[in-house]
Write a new protein. Structure first.
Length: 145
């Protein structure tokens, strides 16, 4: 969702950089990105108040509220490998039917799952990954032997 470079992390988290330097750096970054108006002023106020470290959480909260007002739900999906367009569309449609509203899929890849998916929608999570199934099988075998 919100990815940051290491340099940006250092800029927003460093207590060694003063508010003026952070403000100038963020101003230049926003200008280069073509951000203006209300968003620019908001970020600069956040920098002036030494709260840049909280900016990623603010952005996530804003996007979450925007989605809620639109009636959208975000599903966090972790797959063992990259899904093709057909698989993504089938997954989105299945989630839309299960949830009953528009679903935005936030897809990540984690090869350690070996196979399958882990789907989280709100507080509900479905783990159909092969690695989890193998772990459950291993625990069951330890209990028997």
């Amino acid at each position: 969702m919100i990815e940051q470079s290491e340099d940006l992390q250092n800029l927003i988290r460093s207590p060694l950089l003063g508010r003026d330097l952070q403000g100038k750096a963020m101003g230049a970054l926003l200008e280069r990105a073509g951000v203006g108006g209300l968003t620019r002023r908001f970020v600069l106020v956040v920098a002036q108040n030494r709260r840049l470290f909280a900016l990623p959480q603010m952005i996530r909260a804003y996007l979450g509220e925007l989605a809620r007002r639109r009636g959208e739900v975000t599903a966090e999906v972790v797959a063992a490998k990259e899904l093709d367009e057909g698989q993504k569309n089938a997954l989105t449609e299945a989630l839309r039917k299960a949830v009953g509203s528009k679903v935005t899929v936030d897809l990540k890849v984690d090869p350690s799952l070996i196979g399958g998916l882990v789907v989280k929608v709100g507080s509900r999570m479905v783990d159909s990954s092969l690695s989890s199934k193998l772990q459950r099988l291993q625990l069951a075998m330890k209990g028997v032997g």
